[in-house]
Write a protein that binds this ligand. Structure first.
Ligand code: SAM
Length: 297
């Protein structure tokens, strides 16, 4: 692609040419700072890598990824943007676009043939309205993902990287922390996007440390969600409510896990949640009646 879409002037001209306009409902804020797009690509990808991008938009990040990756597979929900991308990247044979909602995509069906079991690096300027389900889908994907480098709302980045006991630590921190090490790479101001969003952003990197699909994943994630159900309440109280346990049974589960029954979930580490999940499983508690763990923000 020869166009420099991070130039606001070029971007607007191209949007007119392809008759597309930024849609709020799809979280469309396009990067108009070439330096930022370059830094994300550089942090996300090693030379010759297989890359998965979510929401390529007008291709600001995509063109940088294509410059060093051997394959870039991308999911774009917007029909107009998908048509524009196909035209702009028509010469890039290592670009594979899926015009589809990433959250509904069957990643194994779409990508197994392309990536052939190789290591996969994820890069994205994520649509803000679905950050948490996108990240959970990635860390839980049955794929060989090495790292996920994503631009998100700054506040979300802080939550993803928060440590137990801090103000920002919540269910999403504990859920993601089970699968990956998280690191806040750098902040990005609202002026780096068109249209300009109301909030600042940050780029975070998740380095996968545990392959998803283990038999304990569901119990862990549901335990996290349950213990954070009411943040101000003690873990014992949340446990009783979520699993319909007597006071004695809840206290027994926590004792076995080595967790203080009067603690709040925000004080618990990944290993504490694992111990509680293990102890719940041992007491034959059913996890299947609990709601899914997709929305953890
Ligand atoms: N990557 C581009 C950039 O940085 O300039 C665009 C980023 S914009 C914040 C988010 C992109 O995700 C948009 O192109 C939007 O249409 C796309 N998108 C939103 N929801 C999506 C979904 N569920 N599946 C796939 N793409 C989605």
């Amino acid at each position: 692609m020869k166009n420099n879409v991070t130039s606001p002037k070029v971007l607007k001209t191209l949007m007119e040419k392809y008759q597309v306009a930024p849609l709020k409902r799809f979280g469309q804020n396009f990067i108009i700072d070439g330096n930022i797009a370059g830094r994300i690509a550089e942090a996300a990808v090693t030379s010759g890598a297989c890359v998965l991008e979510i929401g390529p938009g007008m291709g600001a990040l995509t063109s940088r990824l294509l410059g060093c990756a051997s394959i870039v597979a991308a999911y774009e929900i917007d029909a107009g943007l998908s048509a524009a991308l196909r035209d702009m990247f028509t010469d890039e044979t290592h670009f594979h676009l899926f015009h589809q909602d990433f959250l509904k995509a069957d990643l194994n069906k779409d990508l197994d043939g392309l990536f052939k079991g190789k290591e996969v690096y994820v890069a994205a300027n994520l649509p803000y309205y679905i950050t948490s389900p996108c990240i959970m889908k990635l860390v839980e994907a049955n794929m060989n993902i090495v790292s996920v480098t994503v631009m998100v709302q700054k506040e979300v980045a802080e939550r993803l990287c928060a440590k137990p006991g801090s103000r920002d630590y919540g269910a999403i921190s504990a859920a993601v922390g089970y699968f990956a090490e998280t690191k806040l790479l750098f902040n990005v101001s609202a002026g780096c996007f068109y249209p300009k969003p109301d909030v600042a952003s940050a780029v975070v990197q998740l380095t996968v440390k545990r392959k998803a699909g283990g038999e304990d994943d569901e119990a862990y994630l549901k335990t996290v969600k349950s213990l954070f159900a009411m943040r101000r309440k003690t873990v014992k109280s949340n446990l009783r409510q979520s699993f319909d346990l007597s006071a004695e049974a809840a206290a027994g589960v926590l004792r076995e896990a080595g967790v203080d029954e009067n603690a709040r979930a925000e004080m618990l580490s990944v290993s504490d949640f694992e111990q509680v999940a293990y102890s719940l499983k041992k007491s034959a508690v059913s996890f299947s009646d609990l709601a899914g763990e997709k929305d953890l923000m």
